[in-house]
Design a protein around this ligand. Structure first.
Ligand SMILES: [Zn+2]
Length: 122
């Protein structure tokens, strides 16, 4: 097993390598939340990204070193969403809010501007 932090390992990210900034922000959120944070989607190949309907320049896509900057975490409950969103807002500068998950990433480039919260369909 490859451990990325106290609470996250390659069991959470079976494909590719999560960017260190993604891991540190997630770990910090996990500690604040005091409950498991379930990663539902991490690194993707271009084929897998197309298959799951990911956007063209998705932050789930791996770079040449196999590193990716975005992941999805499970959240289906209105009350939990309120708590978790508050925690994520303090640690991520890009957050997607969906009915059954949050998307968080640490990308910062022309295609992925900072200080964005967007709402999407699952
Ligand atoms: Zn996502």
């Amino acid at each position: 097993m490859i451990s990325y932090s106290e609470h996250f390992s390659d069991a959470d990210f079976p494909v590719g390598i999560p960017h260190p900034l993604l891991v540190s922000a997630l770990e910090s959120a996990r500690v604040a939340y005091q409950k498991p944070i379930v990663v539902t989607s991490g690194g993707r190949t271009p084929e897998h990204n197309t298959e799951v309907g990911g956007v063209e320049k998705s932050t789930h896509l791996m770079d040449a070193t196999g590193t990716f900057k975005g992941c999805d975490i499970k959240c289906e409950d209105d009350g939990e969403r309120f708590v978790l969103l508050g925690i994520l807002m303090q640690r991520f500068k890009r957050i997607g809010v969906y009915k059954k998950h949050f998307h968080v990433d640490v990308a910062d480039d022309m295609d992925h501007p900072l200080w964005k919260v967007w709402v999407g369909e699952d």
